[in-house]
Design a protein around this ligand. Structure first.
Ligand code: FAD
Ligand code: SF4
Length: 441
């Protein structure tokens, strides 16, 4: 079996990106767990896409049963540690905490989850046992959160599982995309290694499934296939000058800073195009890396941004400035980026319009395009009988993860078009159960 590439530790990354949700110590965890009201029909559990029994694991922490607490978390969510760090908890479990209705600070569920799972990972706690009794096997394409969760569920049921991964590391966007002040590379890799020890699935790295023959090989050698391929590269915005030096897609930019040493001096003035969470991350990361001025430019108004408010806030506290109702029409410069020509916009009767003769140029030396990721239709289009919706997302039965080609299952970003790690973890588990049901017939 291949080993993941040992990502170098880059001290400048660790110095630059201080964790926003640091690990609790034991006293903090006991104190915080003692605040829980252990609600009946707990709203936090209902708000968690993986339905972790939150009051139960918090009670287990409070009674000193840390191994039981870890089991409670991992039984529902195989990416328990990663999710505790990267989940937008304000919008999910913590946002639903009854304390928020009383104007009291919500219970820090994510950090309690990390306290527990971190302990289990460091102690190599054995949580699951695998009985290799099935003589059937499943191929998983992609070692991101959905693929890993699906592999765990299938190994628990006794199937042989091989994961085919295009990159040289597992964890998908949880490693290559999520901001380093939420999770470090080491932490993301540590959980996958912990799961591989528990379940014994194989990961074949540097193996992109891309040709028809690759798919035919999998169909011949495996009984079912899970598509956990996520999304593709950043989409092009199709304006003049887009191919100039230092005009880069947000996901490519973030992957670069997470996997390669940072070259300083960093950009002087960066402009991030977009109004989603990825735009906020890219802007925040540019500012933390030392860009002296960072602007988020969005073509609609501030209130129409798709980004969560707290992500925008995180960017603003690093000095990032938002500019609204401006659309880029050209990247200007000789070989490298020297600025962006914008035009002002307004919304009339629900339609976004350019305001004539309102063009202006903002100088910059870095342009980051955070205007969405493409779908992997070049691969998906080769799978016979697979239905995609009109935006290129894979259509599945949401209760089983089964696609319109019965031997193929799918989950995560490839199905939802781009959501959170916790949704991918939930989908992978559902598809694992769906595959088990399909292969048991
Ligand atoms: C910049 C950015 C920031 C984010 N921040 C957060 C955050 O703070 N919190 C949060 O919860 N979520 C965040 N997300 C979203 C989260 O990372 C994704 O929802 C989640 O990782 C999706 O999991 P997945 O398994 O569906 O796909 P991915 O994580 O994309 O994993 C897919 C895997 O499949 C591999 N692959 C793709 N095609 C092939 C192929 N043809 N053959 C073999 N392997 C292939 C890829 O290399 C990758 O490892 C962020 C996403 C981005 C892009
Ligand atoms: S997985 Fe995420 S949403 Fe669910 S309880 Fe944990 S931190 Fe909250």
């Amino acid at each position: 079996m291949d080993k993941p590439k040992n990502l170098h530790k880059f001290p400048e990354i660790e110095r630059t990106f201080v964790p926003i949700k640091p690990l609790m110590n034991t006293s903090e965890a006991y104190y915080e767990s003692s605040r829980c009201l252990f609600c009946y029909n707990a709203p936090c559990t209902l708000a968690c896409p993986t339905a972790i029994d939150i009051p139960l694991f918090i009670r287990q922490i409070n009674t000193g049963n840390l191994s039981g607490a870890a089991r409670t978390i991992y039984d529902s969510n195989y990416l328990g540690n990663t999710c505790g760090k990267v989940c937008p908890t304000e919008m999910l479990c913590e946002g639903a905490c009854v304390f928020t209705k009383l104007n009291i600070k919500a219970l820090e569920i994510g950090r309690l989850q990390n306290f527990t799972t971190n302990n289990a990972i460091l102690k190599q706690q054995k949580i699951f046992s695998v009985d290799d009794h099935k003589n059937k096997s499943v191929a998983v394409i992609g070692a991101g959160p959905s693929g890993i969760a699906c592999a765990c569920e299938l190994r628990k049921a006794g199937y042989k599982v091989d994961i085919f991964e295009a990159r040289n590391n597992p964890s998908g966007m949880a490693l290559h995309g999520v901001a380093p002040y939420k999770i470090t590379n080491e932490e993301a890799l540590m959980e996958v290694e912990f799961l591989r020890e528990q379940f014994g699935f194989d990961i074949i790295y540097n193996k992109r499934i891309e040709k028809l023959e690759d798919l035919q090989f999998l169909e011949l050698h495996y009984d079912a296939i899970f598509l956990g391929i996520g999304l593709g590269n950043s989409v092009e915005i199709k304006i003049k000058g887009e191919n100039k030096l230092n005009c880069i897609g947000a996901t490519e930019f973030i992957e670069q800073i997470k996997t390669q040493p940072i070259h300083k001096p960093f950009a002087k003035k960066a402009i991030v195009l977009g109004g989603g969470n990825t735009a906020m991350d890219a802007a925040s990361e540019s500012a933390r890396l030392g860009a002296t001025e960072v602007i988020i430019a969005y073509r609609r108004s501030e209130s129409e941004m798709k980004a969560y408010y707290f992500e925008y806030h995180l960017a603003k506290i690093t000095g990032v400035v938002g500019m609204f109702n401006i659309a880029p029409i050209e990247i200007v410069g000789k070989e490298a980026v020297e600025g962006i020509k914008f035009i002002r916009t307004e919304t009339v009767d629900g339609t976004l319009r350019h305001i004539p003769d309102s063009e202006f140029i903002i100088e910059c030396d870095l342009v980051i395009k955070a205007t969405g990721q493409s779908k992997q239709t070049h691969l998906l289009g080769k799978i016979p009988g697979l239905t995609l919706d009109n935006t290129g997302r894979v259509s599945v039965n949401p209760l089983k993860g089964q696609t319109t080609n019965p031997r193929y299952f799918a989950g995560g970003d490839a199905v939802n078009g781009g959501a959170e790690v916790v949704n991918a973890a939930a989908d992978g588990k559902i598809a694992g159960k769906g595959i088990h049901e399909f292969l048991s017939k």
